[in-house]
Design a protein around this ligand. Sequence first.
Ligand SMILES: Cc1cc2nc3c(=O)[nH]c(=O)nc-3n(C[C@H](O)[C@H](O)[C@H](O)COP(=O)(O)OP(=O)(O)OC[C@H]3O[C@@H](n4cnc5c(N)ncnc54)[C@H](O)[C@@H]3O)c2cc1C
Length: 390
Amino acid sequence: MDLTFTAAEEEFRSELRSWLSANIPQEWTRPGFWESLDDDESFRLRRDWERDKADAGFAGIQWPTEYGGRGGTPGMKAIYDEEMVRAHAPRTVNPLGLTFLAPTVMAIGTDAQKKEIIGPLLRNEVVWCQGFSEPGAGSDLAALSTKGVRDGDDFVVNGQKVWTTNAVHGDKIFTMVRTEAGSEKHRGISMLLIDMDQPGVTARPLRQMSGASEFGEVFFDDARVAAADCLGEIGDGWRTAMLLLSFERGASGISQYTEFRRQYDEIAAVARTLGRDTDPVVRDDLARVLTELECLKLHSMHVLTQVEQGRDLGFEASMTKLQWSEAFQDLWEVYDRILGEHATLDTLPDGTDLRPLHGQAMWSRSVTIWGGSSQVQRNITAERVLGLPR
Ligand SMILES: Cc1cc2nc3c(=O)[nH]c(=O)nc-3n(C[C@H](O)[C@H](O)[C@H](O)COP(=O)(O)OP(=O)(O)OC[C@H]3O[C@@H](n4cnc5c(N)ncnc54)[C@H](O)[C@@H]3O)c2cc1C
């Protein structure tokens, strides 16, 4: 395992650090700033800022230059993730496009799709949604019932998706659609790239327990999509989805580690403010989650080294998702225990604003569900990585 970065990678770090320090408004780094905005305003600010960042050359760090990327190394991508967290940079508005769709398009898309999808995605000209889950199909994705019927050069699509991140703000949606009538389970499904700005597509927000509406429902009523706008072969969407999900489950947890480590410091500060830092049970809890986080860091560096050596992680990506999501949830459970009866307060007696921390604690409940629940990741690891019997 290599724990160091090259001189060129460190040079990239200082260039990026300078750009971030000159281009992130001070007020954006104030705790509670993003929570004080409504969803639309937050989305607009982040969309524009990210476009400027792409124009300055700090997007698609590892992607080929011919598609507008920087052509950097996995080490540079890890540095990028670290520095973004360190600078309190805003969260991307295009996570589904950047992390999942683009690598899949680069791997199996046609040349026309690579040109049409990747550049506009980097500059946020097109914000992508993921249309996999349905009211009757979540972990059991192959139970999906959204249908596409061929009509000349198009498919006409009917059905419903749910829990769709960015449903209200998205421009396009990569959607799992059953395109072969009478097909069952994994066969006869296609991944269609559907324009959401058309009369046949309606998006409705769903309110989360944090009060935000980052996801929603998407309804297709005779929506049209060209058959050419299929990622992978028509009818072979299951294979496309499995490739995409291996990216969703993530190759390295470096950015998560950096963010969670900072959150750990914030939680430890709350323990000190409340005088709970001398309680041996709290100290034990904090030591345990800190150890989990340091294990996450080491595992992430191990994964990064393997990726740099050209190894395809495949189903092992499930282990990284499992590790970072459960470490994150453990961390915020410790926060809840430290707060005790203060959990219902927005501010502590010394004026500490707890709302951003409460928001993270609530968000932590979701991470062992999306991208495949922990139970599903354990099944995959057992069957596909360890080769245990089904
Ligand atoms: C914040 C958030 C954002 C999301 N964004 C998107 C998005 O953008 N696009 C999208 O398509 N979906 C999205 N989802 C949906 C997510 O992918 C699903 O919630 C997830 O796949 C689980 O499906 P489900 O909710 O139907 O639960 P179910 O599949 O019904 O699972 C219920 C419970 O049963 C367990 N279970 C199910 N099958 C098995 C099994 N075989 N073995 C053991 N245990 C099992 C699960 O672990 C879970 O505990 C999002 C979800 C969240 C929370």
